[in-house]
Design a protein around this ligand. Structure first.
Ligand SMILES: C[S@@+](CC[C@H](N)C(=O)[O-])C[C@H]1O[C@@H](n2cnc3c(N)ncnc32)[C@H](O)[C@@H]1O
Length: 304
């Protein structure tokens, strides 16, 4: 394959990218031409500050467009057409930096090599479909990285799964579980693998709902996945791995779904946010830090 590098003014990044794709580029990526130099400038403003010019036009002041073509003929033809349309002169022009051959890679294998089986406990493992489960794994969830969050590599997910594994003996008796913010469905499937039934997995993102359904099928478990309004009534276990700000807003709603004596398990919270969350949930559940990893805490409690 051939990679064409074009120095492009920020204001024209979208336009030139579109033209390159129309001229049969296989892919176009944008990089900062001033990266790692004294001229490098942040693309995003500080939180709460007005957007920078670059942020509004989705490019760095000096951007390099990298366009990938099938072969040299395709790249040369695209470049000829582009330059005939555009001209090379002036600050608004596109300048060719280089055209070079790119070594063929097995992209699928490269991506797959970045995802290894993840241990949750000594016996419970998350294993991508292209790996054999490790010999010590007694319980295995098959899960491949996809569009939705939740592969088991993030501490907030792992802490929830560890909590489920620690309650394995009790899980057989859970006749309903709510996974609120299910992403890939990893927590819902984890609960099902430990014996829970009647699982509702909900998310505001329709792609997460689809992922959850597909991942549940791949693991041979039964659950219902849907948008948040699908959550209905009382559950002996409510799991929610979202983030501190939405969890605070959701406090009355999530607590309204926890059955008397039921468990509430919250993740996605930084250690320094513990007291704020405890205060937000205090009217319904006394939350305690049940686990922690890499600065994140798991807050758990039972409804009175
Ligand atoms: C950090 S991911 C967690 C995914 C998975 N449960 C896990 O533990 O890995 C959070 C998920 O919550 C969803 N989410 C965010 N805000 C939400 C809300 N207000 N109601 C329902 N889902 C929400 C997001 O779409 C995302 O899929």
């Amino acid at each position: 394959m051939i990679e064409l590098l074009l120095l492009t003014p920020a204001a024209r990044v979208d336009e030139i990218s579109d033209i390159l794709m129309e001229l049969d580029a296989l892919a176009v990526t944008v990089e900062d031409a001033d990266a790692d130099t004294p001229d490098e400038a942040p693309i995003f403003g500080e939180p709460g500050m007005p957007a920078t010019l670059s942020e509004q036009i989705r490019g760095w002041q000096r951007s390099v467009l990298k366009a990938l073509f099938e072969n040299e003929d395709a790249a040369t033809e695209a470049l000829t057409v582009l330059l005939a349309q555009d001209g090379m002169a002036g600050a608004d022009g596109v300048h060719v930096q280089s055209m070079q051959t790119v070594a063929e890679q097995d992209w699928v294998r490269l991506t797959q090599s970045q995802f290894d089986p993840v241990p949750i406990t000594g016996q419970f493992w998350i294993v991508p479909s292209w790996h054999e489960p490790p010999a010590e794994a007694r319980q295995v969830m098959r899960l491949d990285p996809g569009l939705a969050f939740g592969t088991g590599t993030h501490p907030t997910t792992r802490m929830c799964l560890r909590w489920i594994a620690r309650h394995a003996a009790e899980a057989q008796g859970w006749d309903r579980v709510l996974d609120y913010g299910c992403g890939s469905g990893i927590l819902a499937i984890g609960a099902a693998l430990h014996g829970a039934r009647g699982i509702d997995a909900v998310d505001i993102d329709p792609a997460a709902v689809e992922s959850t359904q597909a991942n549940a099928a791949a693991n041979g478990v039964t659950l219902t996945a849907g948008l948040p309004e699908r959550a209905d009534g009382l559950y002996p276990v409510v799991l929610a791995n979202i983030l501190s700000a939405p969890l605070k807003l959701l406090a009355p709603l999530l607590c309204s779904h926890v059955a008397p004596g039921g468990h509430l398990v919250l993740s996605g919270i930084l250690a320094r946010q513990t007291e704020e969350l405890q205060a937000a949930y205090a009217p319904w559940v006394a939350l305690e830090a049940g686990d922690q990893e890499d600065g994140w805490v798991l807050l758990t409690g039972r409804r009175a």
